[in-house]
Design a protein around this ligand. Sequence first.
Ligand code: SAH
Ligand code: SF4
Ligand code: F3S
Length: 469
Amino acid sequence: MDSSTPKKIFIQNFGCQMNDYDAERMVEVMHRQGYATAATAEEADLIVINSCSIRDKAEQKTASAAGRYRELKQFKPGLVVAVGGCVAQQEGERLLRRIPVADFVFGPDLIPALPSLMARVSKKRFAATEVIEVEDYEFLDADPEPSAVKVTALVTIQKGCDNHCAFCVVPTTRGREVSRPADEVIAEVARFVALGAREVTLIGQNVNSYHGIGSEDGDDFAELLERVDAVPGLLRQRFTTSHPKDFTPKVARAFRDFRTVGSWLHLPVQSGSSRTLKRMVRDYTRAEYLEKIDYLRQLVPDISLSTDIIVGYPGESEAEHQETLSLLEQVQYDSIYSFEYSARPDTPALKLRDSVHGPIKKRRLQEVQTLQRKITAARLRRWIGRDAEVLVEGASKRGAGQLCGRTRGNELVHFSAPVGGDEKALIGKLVSVHITGAGTNTLIGQMDSDVVRRLPLIAAHREADGAVH
Ligand code: SAH
Ligand code: SF4
Ligand code: F3S
């Protein structure tokens, strides 16, 4: 390769945090091969579509993205187009037929092998979807360019999923659950902090069933939170996703006991009806779910909560749907993600008839979203007039002199920095922001100069001392 013009990689990413994390690793793997990052697909020599298969609509995005790259390839014959991620794993060879522009497709376990897959690119197109056995699986350490590290970083603690939620394609696409050894997790958190990150989000499909420690009481995830809490210089940690059946009282207490654990929990409920939950094979009832929320709110009354809802699951009656609406009323989530049920290949739910018709699903989704919009607005308004501890992430899109960051409850805040201050110096610091207003999904606030003098002290204190509770 001519070293003056390095080849470039461009990733078109879809899906969840696993794919976000994987996309970063793909870039790093190819950087080590001399590739640079392309700002646009047009300037790339390798385009990876990192696909998601969670719902039919997500899967369709892969084909439409590929369609856009067909023309590009006509003008640039050396361009390599690859499809990675969950659709690649699920479809394998079939995807080569559906996406003629793809030179190869590869599954999520083969990211470390990307350079050798590139070396195989020729006229004969191929699908590489081997799954690494649980015992042999090795996590690829993050190796970020210092300039690519932001205030917040993702750190994977687990891959795959051993649950059998009847609607879900993830166990097929991501395979068996494997926990990353705790020492690797801690080392990666420390590496990100050394490069300037101040918050980490620990990611996995079911973080509560993490078992990378072998702790005495078996609650490895609670123990992991404690170990991450002790990483010097770390200001906050979050985690996602929690499965309600595995969410333990000890993890709930971590929200109260560890300074770094932010006051936000994403606890996907899927439905408010125990009968629907049973058909979904979620392994908890509405009452059990609510008990966990009650316990958590007793410990941390002001905690922010979010969830996922599926409407129109096979066999969902009107009464069951009403139970989802009443659960939303009861819990008062800060935000939700809601979806129409989408039948997925090779999932147990296919055996249930998809009996809820399209227009009914749409109407139910609208009812869920209309109700939640009101609840979200009310929940956001509770912040007005308060001073919130905000971790500053960077410049706000709202204009000059404006910064943005998140509260402990994960609410995004746009705020004006004090006039005449050094705004850049505030990035990565915890500051106090007086909340003056609320938009549809965000907060608006102001930081005064007094606050500037007072609050960076909190951050400095933590940075100097590591774990201060
Ligand atoms: N591991 C996480 C969820 C991962 S998928 C958990 O167990 O909570 C993210 C969300 O997509 C799910 O919570 C669910 O609400 C939604 N989802 C998954 N499969 C779906 C399907 N077939 N149709 C509609 N929504 C689905
Ligand atoms: Fe899918 Fe259930 Fe696993 Fe989440 S816990 S990834 S919904 S099977
Ligand atoms: Fe999608 Fe795969 Fe994530 S199906 S949601 S990218 S694990």
